[in-house]
Each structure stands twice: as C-alpha cells, then as structure tokens.
Design a protein around this ligand. Structure first.
Ligand SMILES: *Cc1c(COP(=O)(O)O)cnc(C)c1O
Length: 400
C-alpha cells in the first residue's frame, strides 16, 4: 500500500479531529522517523514532547517487554510492586511528598481540579460549592469538557457547552492580575511555566516566583502544568527550576513514558493530595505495573544519559542559530532548552506552508496556531544533526 491509500483510509473511516501533515510514518529510532515509502525525517515535534528520550529507546523498550511478560494490570483494588517503586523514585527525584498516577495529561489536570477543590473545602474552609480556580488566557491543559470550558481558544470550546463553572481567566505573565483576581474562595492558580500550545510563550523573568509568593500569601495552591515543559524539555528536570521555586502541585505526563505508554502523574509538595480518601478518585489503568515499569526506566535514561544537560546546551545553540537567520518572514525566535517557537510575521502567509516545505526537506515540524513553527526535537539530538537541520531550515524561511 502506498501513502495515499493509507491517507484515504484514515480520512474515510476516522473522525476529522486533526489536520495532520500528509506523511504516513511506520518506524522510528532516536531522533529519526521513516514513512511508508522509506523516506527519513528528523522529528522536530517529538509527539508534543512525549518522545523526549527519542523514538523506541532500547532500554525503555526492554523494560516494557520485560514487564509485559510479567504483570500488566492489577487495578488499584490490589497493590503492585512497580507502583511502590515508581512512587518512591519519582518523589525522591522531584522532592515531592505524594504522587497520584493517571493515564493522560488531561486526566491528571482533572485530578488536580478535584483535589484542590476538596482541599479548599476541607482545609481552607471555602463555603460549599464556591471554590474558584484561576487560570490564564491562551492556556492549554487538555480536552475534557471541564478543561476546554476554561480555554480561551474558540475552536476548543465552540459547540461543546455547557461547561463546568468555578474558573476565572487572567492574562498570562501578569502578577497584578493574579493578585486582583484572588478572593477568599480562590483555592488554586493553574498555569503552564511556558505556554507550549499557545506558541511557546515565555513569561517575563521571575513571573513564576512572584506568582508563587502571591499564592502563598493568600493560601492559594500554586499549580504548574509541566506536562509539556517537564522532564528535561526546557533544559531542567522541571521548568520551575529556572525560577528556583517548587510548585505546590506539579502535573507531568507525556515524556514520563518516553512515548511508549500513556502515563501521567500529579506530584504534591504539600498535603493537598492528602485530602483524598478511598473512593474519591480512581482509574482502572492508572498506576498499572506496566506503566510504572516503563516510567521508571524513562526517568532513569533521562538522567543517566545526560539528556537534560544536552537539552540545555543544544537548545541554546539551536535558538542562537535560528536567531541568526536573516529572513524577512521571521518575527521572533523564543524558547528555553529544546522547546522553541519561531514566529512568523502575519504577512508571511501562515506557518503551515513552511511546515510543508520543511517536510519536503526531511524535517517534521508542526505549526502552533497560525504563525508559529515549533522546534522540539528529542533531547538526545547532537550538534551535527542540528547543523544538518539548520542547513535545511534556512532556505525554507528565506523563500518568498
Ligand atoms: C499535552 C498537554 C496536556 C494534555 O495532555 P493529554 O495527554 O493530551 O491529555 C495538558 N497540558 C499541557 C501543557 C500539554 O502540553
């Protein structure tokens, strides 16, 4: 079968809730993926930062295979050995007190919303059903009804109401707005350290540290969604480290399995998760031994193989090289580590056509919103491969 036939099948039988580039992938190794015609591409998206460790990392694959032959699912009706070891290792690594594992990022965000609301009623003393959570404009936290209900992006919401009440939206990067929005019923402030889906929007320096101080002063839980920024992507294990702070609750997902298996987790640095009692929350697959074994190895290779430092070094290099491209189409290059956005001028005709041109040259990139191209290759990329990528990238952005 050739790629046009696969595309026809997908378009015929699948819901059209994505608009993918017309490349049909069949194999991946490290930073590279291959399409069904055998053409090789450099993956510059890493499945939205889920494949930070590179495609089909051999050590993670081995851990998956080993555990798959031993025990895969117990449900949480019983305990399992991998869960306990995963808990201990992730809490030690992130200096957290408690952890709650789920499957997808959105589920972990939902978990946080439940936990901070309950904390608000039981610990802070907020009147019944009055809890408020503050979020930022242009946020991306997932796709469930509750989460899209506090999105400010029309296509994410339009046609899906009615929505869950109890959320307040303030501008991203603005601590005065945060201070003004807090009331005695505010239980949490949920924010991304860098807004990835919004187009790699980096807040002003010190923003997170100031926001954390404001939350602390007002007894509001400070929550970082690190599903995209976490696990080495920005050149630190968690992006909060750039501001030398610790969130009260952190949400991770995506690269927690190196792309092998859906697993997410809520990490708690104060006893917010302690308000949950048996029966309050759960998931059949959440914390299953296969996911936990995979996550343990995904974390291990991230640390042992120096991927976080590499992301910092290669990220600095790639950002500086992209900034040196003198193209009338480019408005700005921004980012941290290997989470990089290249924004085009509105007159450049949209990011999509550049992504299509990059694809022809062997680079897979995805536009975020209209005018930004994201560069987020696996964290194992070396300088020679970046130099090769830059040779492909430069002429594409110079074209009319
Ligand atoms: C991807 C993402 C999510 C949602 O994760 P899913 O696994 O797709 O549900 C939430 N927040 C951020 C910041 C993300 O990048």
């Amino acid at each position: 079968m050739d790629s046009s036939e696969y595309i026809r099948l997908e378009e015929t039988y699948g819901a059209h809730n994505y608009r993918p580039l017309d490349v049909v992938l069949t194999r991946g190794q490290g930073i590279w993926v291959w399409d069904v015609d055998g053409k090789r591409y450099l993956d510059c998206l890493s499945a939205y930062s889920a494949v930070n460790q590179g495609h089909c990392h051999p050590r993670i694959q081995a851990a998956l295979m080993e555990q798959a032959g031993k025990l895969t699912l117990t449900s949480r009706a019983f305990r399992n050995d991998q869960l306990a070891l995963f808990y201990k290792e992730i809490c030690d690594l992130t200096r957290s007190h408690k952890v709650l594992p789920m499957n997808s990022g959105a589920e972990a965000v939902e978990t946080v919303i439940k936990a901070v609301r309950k904390w608000g009623y039981q610990v802070k003393g907020v009147p019944h059903n009055q809890a408020e959570i503050i979020v930022c404009s242009n946020n991306f936290h997932g796709r469930t009804i509750t989460i899209v209900g506090f999105s400010t992006d029309q296509p994410y919401r339009e046609g899906f109401g009615p929505f869950t009440p109890g959320f307040k939206v303030i501008p991203f990067g603005n601590t005065d707005a945060l201070e003004n929005a807090i009331t005695s019923n505010t239980v949490g402030f949920l924010v991304e350290p860098i807004q990835g889906e919004a187009g790699v929007i980096v807040p002003p320096p010190g923003y997170l540290a100031r926001a954390k101080t404001i939350c602390k002063k007002n007894n509001v839980v400070f929550i970082l969604d690190e599903i995209q920024t976490g696990l080495g992507r920005t050149g630190k294990l968690l992006a909060e480290e750039h501001d030398r702070i610790e969130a009260d609750l952190s949400i991770i997902g995506k690269a927690l399995s190196g792309g092998f298996y859906p697993i997410s987790a809520v990490l708690s640095n104060m006893e917010v998760l302690g308000v949950l009692r048996p029966g309050d929350h759960g998931s059949t697959f959440g914390g299953n031994p296969l996911a936990c074994a995979v996550a343990r190895m995904a974390l291990k290779v991230l640390l042992e193989e120096g991927m976080i430092d590499n992301a910092a070094k290669m990220g600095d290099y790639l950002i500086s090289q992209l900034r040196s491209i003198r193209s009338p189409n480019i408005k700005e290059v921004r980012g941290k580590g290997l989470l990089i956005g290249l924004e085009l001028h509105p007159e450049a005709g949209g990011a999509r056509r550049f992504c299509e041109a990059l694809m022809k040259k062997g680079l897979l990139c995805k536009e975020t919103h209209e005018n930004t191209v994201r560069f987020a290759p696996p964290l194992i990329i070396g300088k020679e491969d970046i130099d090769w990528a830059l040779e492909q990238i430069e002429p594409v952005f110079m074209q009319e």
